[in-house]
Design a protein. Structure first.
Length: 77
């Protein structure tokens, strides 16, 4: 899970966290897939610990080139 700090103007109840009351300067854990929903509000939340993986699994692994024929020089692709 990712961690964010609440820096808003007054304590806030966060329904997504089970209705938890979050105080000023409090650090809370949020689901990795919801991390961006918090840090996109810079007036209220700041990042403490980013999700373990911020990329989809397919994007994290480098693409492998399959062996095969190459196009002739000057061929339109």
């Amino acid at each position: 899970m990712a961690r964010v700090r609440y820096i808003g103007p007054e304590p806030v109840t966060v329904p997504e966290l089970g209705g938890r009351l979050v105080d000023l300067d409090e650090v809370v854990e949020v689901p990795d897939d919801r991390y961006e929903g918090y840090v996109c509000q810079p007036a209220a939340w700041e990042s403490v610990e980013e999700p373990k993986t911020n990329e989809p699994a397919a994007a994290a692994a480098p693409l492998k080139k399959a062996p095969g024929k190459t196009a002739p020089k000057g061929a339109d692709l």
